[in-house]
Write a protein that binds this ligand. Structure first.
Ligand SMILES: [Zn+2]
Length: 550
């Protein structure tokens, strides 16, 4: 088996890579200075001190990340309680350091210096100071005890969700979710004051999508909902008139080991650096995290009857992982300006790899011949590129968000956005949630879940306290379509290159235009510089029409 798999990775183009382990572009982009700017002295002494303060906060965050990823991948069950205590304690300490009076005074002095001496501040230093300030403002009025509780409930929620998905116990779920809602409303309340925002939900959402207003989301979503009202029935009608795709036949063997080998090989070809990260299968929901030097991707235990689900998760988390690994660590390391742009841009990178590139006919042309050998299906009609493409682009509304097709996925997000907004702003009580879910699913997709676990309990997000995260999936999908349009514009023969498994230019483009910029720019400016325009939902419509109606 091993020998055979080695052959497959050769076929995927990995052998030629062994003399070239560097997976990101080798040339140093012009915006990375040779000496780490994090450690350089600045004309402004306060700013130099601030960089040291934020470096230590960043280090603490990196420790928490590693402990958290270990919690998901390797920790023995018996360590659960102590690990929860360690993470919560560090989270509280990190928060106390951030909101200390020391940081506040230094921020004020540095801002005065920047105002009086603009010549001493380059765009990266200015952006770093701006991000230091907004990080401070986001948390400065939040009681450290609430943050400790937040960390504790977040990890506990992951575990609770697993148990509740097995028991389906709504009463238990209800009590826990109410606790999360109460906590997050209190946290949001403290933040609202410092950030001049009235809506608690908007405040929570901005943790994932800085500067985004609930009103902006409602507009974007309203416009896409209108588009889908006519587009989705048209797509379904077209697909119904064609013969259905062929299901996987008997004789195909999707062994877990072979699937994971495929997933790792694909990520390596796409540019994920396994010297600085890893892919793990666990009983937890898929998630990414860690640091630039230690990026952990977690996917759900592999299903041996179908390789497409684990490949989808690996590509999705891999897209996140590529983004994390490409952040400007050499220069800025733990500084706020070296952080990612938040969940919407993060999801755009995951969905670009998983949904846009990873479901292209050309992508299946690249992997299909390799799959035939790997899964013992030489000349299998189910593994033919055209059939794999049709399997992965079949539009059929279903109950499960994680298994949703690319078109109806939006409705799953829309429902969750509306419900979590109302839960946080208080217009929907937790008792009414299951009913509101069933009603919403019926109105949007015409389907009814048969249990709470098929309905409002299916996602881990609210259990871990991620209120305000859901919209970033749909916004990220819109961004991904817009980024892909720019990739098509800038990379000649992009489709042939995908068919050949040559992702070098795509990788470089994403690195130069998105990853390596960290938080240098505001989100809309990043989009404008990379694509020529601020966020436009019509690129997603264009992508869907091109893929599903031509
Ligand atoms: Zn994601």
């Amino acid at each position: 088996m091993k020998l055979f798999l080695n052959k497959i990775t050769d076929l995927l183009g990995l052998k030629k890579r062994t003399d070239c382990p560097q997976t990101l572009p080798r040339s140093t982009p012009h915006f990375e200075a040779p000496v780490p700017k994090q450690d350089q002295k600045h004309d402004c002494e306060s700013y130099t001190k601030l960089k040291a303060e934020y470096r230590d906060i960043g280090r603490m965050n990196a420790i928490i990340e590693v402990l958290g990823r270990d919690f998901l991948t390797a920790m023995p069950e018996g360590a659960y309680k102590s690990r929860l205590g360690q993470i919560s304690f560090l989270y509280r300490r990190m928060h106390e350091d951030l909101i200390s009076g020391q940081v506040h005074k230094l921020l004020e002095k540095a801002q005065e210096h920047e105002y009086a001496n603009p010549g001493s501040w380059d765009e990266w230093d200015s952006a770093n100071l701006r991000e230091m300030r907004s990080m401070y403002l986001m948390y400065c009025h939040v009681d450290p005890e609430l943050m400790e509780r937040k960390a504790n409930l977040s990890y506990e929620g992951r575990r609770r969700h697993r148990a509740i998905m097995k028991s389906g116990d709504w009463d238990q779920a209800k009590g826990f979710l109410q606790e999360q809602i109460d906590l997050h409303r209190r946290i949001a309340d403290s933040r609202c004051k410092a950030n001049n925002i009235d809506s608690q939900y908007e405040m929570l959402m901005q943790e994932y999508m800085p500067e985004m207003k609930v009103f902006d989301i409602e507009n974007l979503f309203g416009s896409h909902e209108q588009t889908l009202k006519s587009l989705m029935p048209e797509i379904i009608e077209k697909q119904n008139a064609e013969a259905p795709p062929i299901a996987f036949e008997e004789g195909l063997e999707f062994e877990a080991e072979a699937q994971m080998w495929l997933n790792r090989s694909l990520l390596e070809v796409l540019g994920f650096d396994f010297e600085r990260g890893g892919l793990y299968e666990t009983g937890h929901n898929p998630v990414e995290g860690g640091t630039v030097d230690d990026t952990r991707l977690v996917i759900y235990n592999v299903d041996e009857s179908n390789f497409l689900d684990s490949m989808k998760s690996a590509l999705h988390e891999g897209g996140h992982g590529l983004y994390i690994q490409g952040l400007p660590r050499k220069t800025w390391r733990y500084q706020p300006v070296a952080m990612d742009m938040g969940a919407a841009v993060h999801e755009s990178q995951a969905l670009l790899v998983e949904m846009i590139i990873g479901r292209k006919q050309e992508f299946f042309e690249f992997i299909s011949p390799r799959l035939e050998g790997l899964f013992h299906g030489i000349h299998s009609p189910a593994l033919a590129p055209e059939n794999l493409f049709r399997l992965k682009t079949r539009v059929k509304p279903g109950i499960d968000r994680k298994k949703a097709d690319e078109v109806s996925y939006f409705y799953h997000v829309l429902l969750r956005f509306r419900l979590e907004r109302d839960l946080i702003d208080g217009s929907l009580s937790i008792d009414k949630l299951p009913e509101a879910w069933v009603e919403g699913m019926h109105d949007l997709l015409g389907i009814t879940p048969s249990s709470h676990t098929e309905g409002c309990l299916q996602d881990v997000h609210w259990f871990v306290g991620k209120f305000g995260y859901f919209p970033s999936y749909a916004v990220g999908h819109m961004m991904a379509a817009q980024f892909y349009e720019a990739l098509r514009r800038d990379i000649p023969r992009i489709h042939e290159k995908i068919t050949e498994g040559d992702f070098e230019e795509i990788k470089s483009w994403l690195y130069n235009n998105i990853y390596a910029k960290g938080r240098l720019l505001h989100t809309q400016d990043l989009l404008k510089e990379a694509t020529g325009k601020t966020l436009r939902p019509e690129y997603l419509e264009k992508h869907l029409r091109r893929r599903y109606l031509h």
